[in-house]
Write a protein that binds this ligand. Structure first.
Ligand SMILES: NC(=O)C1=CN([C@@H]2O[C@H](COP(=O)(O)OP(=O)(O)OC[C@H]3O[C@@H](n4cnc5c(N)ncnc54)[C@H](OP(=O)(O)O)[C@@H]3O)[C@@H](O)[C@H]2O)[C@@H](O)CC1
Ligand SMILES: [K+]
Length: 481
C-alpha cells in the first residue's frame, strides 16, 4: 500500500511537497488531478448525475477552486450545479468559476436555493484554514448540516471545513461530511479527535506528492498488524513463544482477571500465567491458565500486565511495584495508572518498555487535560514519562517516547466503550509484548484486533466485554491470515 494512503503529514510538509511537484508540472495540473478525483467520488455517491441538484460551498482559496472544477465536471454530465460563495462573490477562484459557468453551472446566494441538493460539496476551507470558521463560512456550514439532516450527502474537499488539518480540533462551526476526499496524503486531523468524527469515510487521491520525512501519524492497517504478529515456527515451544503474566483482578473484581487472561490467550504467546486473588474465577473460565496468588510466586514471564481491578490499597501497590521493578516489558492499566500517577518515578526510571493505556480521565491524572490535540497529548505524556502511551478514544492514538510517527487505530466501534473491554485489550497487548513485539507495535496490533473483535461483537448484538473476548480469535484470524 502506498505510503500516502496510510501516512498523515503535517500541513507544512504537504505544502513543501506540493511546491516540489509544481516545479515540474504545468500550472494547474495538481488542481486538475485533485478535482478529477473529487468529481469521480461525487459521481459514486449519486444514484444518477443527470438532472441531479448539486450545491458547491466555495471559499476564497484553492479548496474552493477544487470544488468549482469538480462541479464543472458534474455539470458537463448534466447535474444542476449551483455554487454558493462563503466570501464575497468576486473573491472565489476565478478560473474555477469560469469553468463552472462554461459547463452551465451558476453562482447563486444561499437564499436562491429552493430545492434540497442531493449532494453538497464542501470547498469552503482546506489546509489554508486557521482558527474557527468566519461568520460567512459558518453560515454555510450550518446550511450544510441542515441539508444533511434532511438526506443530502456531503462530500468534503480535502478536509471538512472548520476542522484543523493537523490536530482535528474544531473551534466553532464545522462541516460534517459523509465522505472526505483528501489530496496528496491523509491529514492527522482526519484521523483523530473531532475531525475524525466530522470526516466520515476518508479517501486519499494520490496526486503524486512525495515526502522525504516521516509522517506525523500512521494509520494502522491489517497488513501491518499481520507483519508484526509473531507466528510459531517448528522449533518453538510454549516458552519460546513468550510467557505473559497477568496481575489483575481481586476477590472483589474477578472479572478483570478473567477478561485479561482471556485476552492474553488470543495473543501470540504460548503460555499465560495469572497472579492474584481471583485464581478460582480464572481457573474456571480458562483451564489453560496457570495461576499463583502473588507476583512473587508466579514464576518466570517475559512481560507483565498489571493494574486492572486491583484496587489501590497497599497490597495493590505492592503488586504494581514488584512488576515495575522487573526488567521486563510491562503494560499498566486502570488502578495501576492511578498508583503511578501518585508516583511517576515508578515508570520514569524504568529501562524496559512500559505501555500505559489510559482513557481521558486516567490520562488527566497522569499528565493533565487531554485537550483537543490528542496526538500531541499522547506524545507529551509518552515523552515526559519515558513510556509508550495508548490513548483510548473513538480513534486510539499510540505514541512512543521517541519522535517516531504515532499510530492511529480506527478499527473499533463506539460500543466498545463499556466496562471490561480495556481488560481484554490489556491482555492481548501483554501477550504481544511477551512475544517480543516492540511496545508501540504491540499496542497498535492489540488495539487493532481488539477493535475488530468489538466490531464483530457489535454486528452480533449488544457489546459487552465477554462477547468481545468471544470474537477475539476470529478477529485475530481475519487480521493476520
Ligand atoms: N496541497 C496540494 O498539493 C494541493 C492542494 N489543493 C487544494 O488547495 C487547498 C489549499 O488551498 P489554499 O492554500 O488556497 O487554502 P484554502 O484552505 O482553500 O483557503 C485559505 C483561504 O481561506 C481564508 N481563511 C483562513 N482561515 C479561515 C477561516 N477560519 N474561515 C474562513 N476563511 C478562512 C484565508 O484567507 P485570509 O486569511 O487570507 O483572509 C485563505 O485565503 C487544499 O486544501 C486543497 O483543497 C489542490 O487544489 C491541489 C493540490
Ligand atoms: K473543505
Amino acid at each position: 500500500m502506498s505510503d500516502v494512503l496510510t501516512g498523515a503529514w503535517p500541513v507544512e510538509a504537504i505544502r513543501a511537497a506540493e511546491h516540489e511537484v509544481m516545479a515540474h508540472v504545468p500550472p494547474g495540473a495538481l488542481m486538475r488531478r485533485a478535482a478529477a478525483g473529487l468529481a469521480r467520488r461525487c459521481v459514486e455517491v449519486l444514484d444518477r448525475v443527470y438532472g441531479t441538484p448539486v450545491v458547491l460551498l466555495v471559499g476564497k482559496g484553492d479548496n474552493g477552486g477544487d470544488a468549482l472544477y469538480a462541479g464543472a465536471a458534474l455539470a458537463r454530465r448534466g447535474a444542476v450545479v449551483r455554487a454558493i460563495a462563503g466570501v464575497q462573490d468576486e473573491r472565489v477562484h476565478r478560473a474555477g468559476l469560469t469553468a463552472l459557468r462554461a459547463a452551465g453551472g451558476r453562482l447563486v446566494e444561499l437564499e436562491d436555493v429552493r430545492e434540497r441538493p442531493a449532494l453538497v460539496v464542501d470547498g469552503l476551507l482546506g489546509i489554508g484554514g486557521r482558527g474557527g470558521l468566519r461568520p460567512d463560512s459558518a453560515r454555510l456550514a450550518v446550511a450544510a448540516e441542515q441539508w444533511r439532516a434532511q438526506g443530502s450527502v456531503v462530500v468534503a474537499v480535502d478536509l471538512p471545513s472548520g476542522v484543523d488539518a493537523d490536530t482535528g480540533e474544531v473551534a466553532g462551526a464545522a462541516v460534517t461530511a459523509d465522505v472526505t476526499v483528501a489530496f496528496g496524503s491523509l491529514k492527522a486531523g482526519l484521523l483523530v479527535g473531532e475531525g475524525a468524527v466530522r470526516a466520515g469515510l476518508v479517501e486519499v487521491v494520490d496526486i503524486g506528492l512525495s515526502f522525504p520525512a516521516e509522517p506525523l501519524a500512521r494509520l494502522v492497517t491489517a497488513d501491518a498488524v499481520a507483519r508484526w504478529w509473531p507466528r510459531p515456527g517448528p522449533s518453538d515451544d510454549k516458552y519460546t513463544r513468550g510467557v505473559v503474566g497477568i496481575a489483575a483482578g481481586s476477590e472483589q473484581y474477578p472479572g478483570a482477571a478473567v477478561l485479561g487472561t482471556g485476552g492474553a490467550l488470543s495473543g501470540p504467546s504460548g503460555y499465560v500465567r495469572y497472579a492474584g486473588a481471583a485464581r478460582d474465577a480464572v481457573r474456571t473460565a480458562h483451564p489453560e491458565v496457570v495461576s499463583a496468588t502473588s507476583v512473587a510466586d508466579a514464576g518466570r514471564v517475559q512481560a507483565w500486565v498489571v493494574g486492572s481491578g486491583l484496587g489501590t490499597d497497599d497490597e495493590a501497590e505492592d503488586a504494581v511495584r514488584q512488576v515495575l521493578a522487573t526488567d521486563l516489558p510491562v503494560l499498566l492499566d486502570a488502578d495501576g495508572l492511578t498508583i503511578v500517577a501518585r508516583e511517576p518515578a515508578l515508570v520514569r526510571e524504568r529501562e524496559a518498555p512500559t505501555v500505559l493505556t489510559p482513557h481521558d480521565r486516567e490520562y488527566a491524572r497522569l499528565a493533565g487535560d487531554v485537550g483537543p490535540d490528542r496526538i500531541d497529548a499522547a506524545r507529551r505524556a509518552a515523552r515526559e514519562l519515558g513510556v509508550t502511551v495508548l490513548l483510548k478514544g473513538y480513534r486510539t492514538v499510540i505514541a512512543g517516547p521517541d519522535d517516531a510517527p504515532v499510530y492511529v487505530v480506527k478499527a473499533g466501534v463506539p460500543e466498545l466503550a463499556t466496562a471490561g473491554t480495556g481488560d481484554v485489550l490489556s491482555g492481548v497487548i501483554g501477550s504481544l509484548l511477551a512475544g517480543g513485539v516492540p511496545p508501540a507495535e504491540a499496542a497498535a496490533a492489540g488495539a487493532f484486533v481488539h477493535g475488530t473483535a468489538g466490531r464483530l461483537a457489535a454486528e452480533a448484538g449488544p457489546v459487552v466485554a465477554s462477547r468481545v473476548l468471544d470474537h477475539l480469535p476470529a478477529a485475530v484470524q481475519r487480521t493476520i491470515r
